[in-house]
Design a protein around this ligand. Sequence first.
Ligand code: F6P
Length: 358
Amino acid sequence: MFRIGMLTSGGDCQALNAAMRGVVKGICSKIQNVEIYGFQEGYKGLIYSNFKMLTSKDFSGILTLGGTILGTSRQPFKMMRVPDEDGLDKVEAMKHTYHKLNLNCLVVLGGNGTHKTANMLREEGLNVITLPKTIDNDLWGTDMTFGFQSAVDIATDTIDRIHTTATSHSRVFIIEVMGHKVGWVTLHAGIAGGADIILLPEIPYDIDVVVDAINKRKDAGKRFTIIAVAEGAISKEDASLSKKELKAKQAKNSYPSVAYEISEKIQKKTDQEVRITVPGHTQRGGSPCAYDRVLATRLGAAAAEAIMDGDFGNMVAVRNNETVRVPLAEVAGKLKYVTPTSDIIKEAKLTGISFGDA
Ligand code: F6P
């Protein structure tokens, strides 16, 4: 009997089910007797031994289904070594569940935080294989994460819809796109949706440069300006503060989110009306786009192959359109940021998009 544990952890995204289906179909096409233990709500299920026994049938018909059939939760890595309210050692509890069930391996689908814990479990001696999921596309070691393209499509659709109303009014429209630490979704949706200004965490903005770009459009007879803002967009002024100073400043501000702060700044410096749209979790909802279905299926099958090879301790990733195995020790704790000097930024600037930086 071959026993696999599986869990999805962190924020959900599209194509999690498609990826798990890929893993299970891949394994069940080669191995007859497989037991699948689906841990509920991420690492929580592994800690508290909360699982469902699943069969290959449970993974049929879920290719296009959004969310995750296992449920998920955020279990911060920094809290993993801190006992729970009943004094339970979470790491020991996870190891205990794994050994008690006599698992051959644990398949973990997750983003950055999830990978830190996966690597810790590897160090603790468990056979772990991971798959890169997140709409943020910020996992180091893979060109692409599944969920990203679907989120980009949704954010782009939001910008497209704003465009038609924007052309009817003389207004500035701000669309706040998900991404606290990295701006990949904002960058791609901004370019795809024809945003005039894109503000990213990786490129601190100068509000006067933003205002200048708005005014230039007005002077050129354009009736509206569309700004795609990442949740983590930051001003040059704030970027120059220490972490402690920034935290103290943010604790005092009463803006619901960054778009409101930027809106107020623009309204103070221009005569333009500003409107804000925050698509929020719609960006993680619904069916995966075709690209993500393909990527997730490929990565799922590649994970199945690695499991059957007995090659553990890796994240299956895609690089130059090939699936590869990247050691978890290399992946854990690293983020993949937008590089301000990269070609995509240069090309976007050449087409007239302002990043508020110069
Ligand atoms: O990590 C994915 C992500 O959607 C980020 O883009 C976003 O900042 C965050 O999760 C939102 O987290 P939550 O779903 O916990 O509100």
